[in-house]
Design a protein around this ligand. Structure first.
Ligand SMILES: Cc1cc2nc3c(=O)[nH]c(=O)nc-3n(C[C@H](O)[C@H](O)[C@H](O)COP(=O)(O)O)c2cc1C
Length: 223
């Protein structure tokens, strides 16, 4: 059967620690950046199998998620698939791309920059407990992705629909990430019941930024 989505690689299973700053990827002065490994765009679990297997999981193993996997998940959510236009894995109204995905780990908080497929550190604090929904699990996950959006990126072109379009776009991106996690043997849940004000404060978000979902990701607890 034709494979429709680019997913699992054996390489991705290698447990490269999630410590994403330092070493060969040492940041430029004043701006701590890490270029993620190039994503796989072919092969992996079939779309139909990923759809069949996806399930919300709220208990995670302590095992780390490697950089290859991290990059694959972020690429599935917001990666650039057409460098000429900058168009991405997820659709966007008028291709305006109002979303920012935050990546919260024990090593700090990062934003994903699709251009260059990289992480930019915005904090050295571990904010995972602040961005996930207690008590329904998630705090134990090695990484949590927070989906935010800035409706003002649409300018004056969508006076009534800007916020709605941010929510729609998060839905697309989050489902892509959930299917990619499934295909990589990882697990996640879309937490919409988070405390948006608390998350905004923890991530130091600009006023007007919408906080939509947190998705803790890790290996499911065996059993
Ligand atoms: C908009 C939305 C918000 C959700 N918010 C939460 C949440 O805050 N906490 C949580 O544990 N699960 C949350 N979920 C996950 C649902 O509980 C889950 O999708 C549902 O129980 C069906 O199970 P399944 O995803 O395994 O098929 C949310 C799902 C959606 C679509």
């Amino acid at each position: 059967m034709k494979r429709l989505i680019a997913l699992l690689t054996v390489v991705a299973a290698m447990a490269v620690p999630i410590a994403v700053v330092g070493g060969a990827t040492a940041p430029a002065a004043g701006r701590q950046e890490v270029t993620l490994p190039a994503p796989e765009t072919k092969g992996g679990m079939s779309l139909n199998e990923a759809l069949s297997r996806r399930r919300s999981v709220r208990s995670f193993d302590a095992k780390t998620v490697g950089q290859q996997q991290l990059g694959q998940l972020l690429w599935a959510a917001q990666g650039i698939t057409d460098p000429a236009t900058g168009h991405r894995t997820s659709p966007s109204a008028m291709a305006m791309y109002p979303l920012t995905v935050y990546v919260c780990t024990a090593d700090g908080v990062f934003t994903y920059e699709p251009k260059g497929h990289k992480l930019v550190r915005v904090s050295t604090e571990d904010r995972r407990a602040d961005v996930t929904q207690p008590p329904r699990g998630g705090q134990s996950a090695p990484v949590s992705f927070v989906f935010t959006g800035d409706p003002s990126k649409f300018g004056s072109r969508l006076p009534d629909r800007a916020a709605a379009f941010v929510y729609l776009e998060v839905g697309h991106a989050a489902e892509n990430l959930a299917l990619e996690a499934t295909a990589l043997g990882l697990a996640t849940v879309t937490q919409g019941g988070i405390d948006a004000a608390k998350v905004s404060k923890a991530l130091n978000l600009a006023q007007g930024t919408l906080v939509v979902y947190t998705m803790p990701v890790g290996y499911p607890v065996a059993g």
